[in-house]
Design a protein around this ligand. Structure first.
Ligand code: URA
Length: 186
């Protein structure tokens, strides 16, 4: 068993924060651990909590569609995870102490997968990883070095589902850019 599997088992029984008391399942990842691109969302929602997999609801359907249409890849070729592994009640934002106690799992995933490109989905995940207070509209559209990876912040699919067509158009452009950067980085 490799250490990513061990990390997943640890997360499944984790009690480091109070989200463990309300979760159905911890939600570790989906996709290919050898992927060169990793998508990072915020935290599981209701469907994800029930299924134990990230991005399985409507947001996930849009994510998969953009991967197919803008990157000409299959979702299974990518690695998908969240910053926080357990669902916050009522889908509230995770609290700083929850992020802090959970962050080691994401660090482990990043170290193990070593993606050349990281796409953060939404304001919250982008701000958390880039350690900035700037909003997604300010930080998107640029590339950020992140360890040996390039981080590309984009909107959360939920924002495109409820928002203007412009959000979806910008997401399409960010996904296409992610593909280019991935190819340029070998
Ligand atoms: N939103 C997220 O940020 N992550 C999921 O897994 C599902 C919805």
């Amino acid at each position: 068993m490799d250490s990513l599997d061990q990390l997943k088992i640890q997360a499944s029984t984790c009690v480091k924060c109070s989200l463990s008391q309300t979760r159905t399942n911890s939600v570790f990842s989906r996709g290919n651990p050898k992927a060169r691109i990793m998508f990072i969302g915020e935290a599981p929602g209701k469907n994800e909590d029930l299924e134990g997999k990230p991005f399985v609801g409507r947001s996930g359907q849009l994510l998969d569609k953009l991967i197919k249409q803008e990157m000409t890849m299959e979702p299974e070729q990518c690695y998908v995870a969240n910053v926080v592994k357990c669902r916050p009640p009522d889908n509230r934002d995770p609290k700083p102490e929850e992020v802090q106690s959970c962050f080691g799992y994401l660090e482990g995933q990043l170290n193990w997968v070593q993606p050349s490109v990281i796409v953060t989905l939404g304001n919250w995940a982008s701000r958390t990883l880039l350690e900035t207070n700037q909003g997604i509209t300010q930080i998107r559209g640029k590339l950020y070095p992140f360890g040996s990876s390039i981080l590309i912040p984009t909107y959360h699919p939920a924002a495109a589902l409820r928002g203007r067509g412009e959000v979806l158009a910008q997401m399409r452009s960010d996904f296409a850019k992610a593909k280019q950067v991935m190819e340029a980085n070998g």
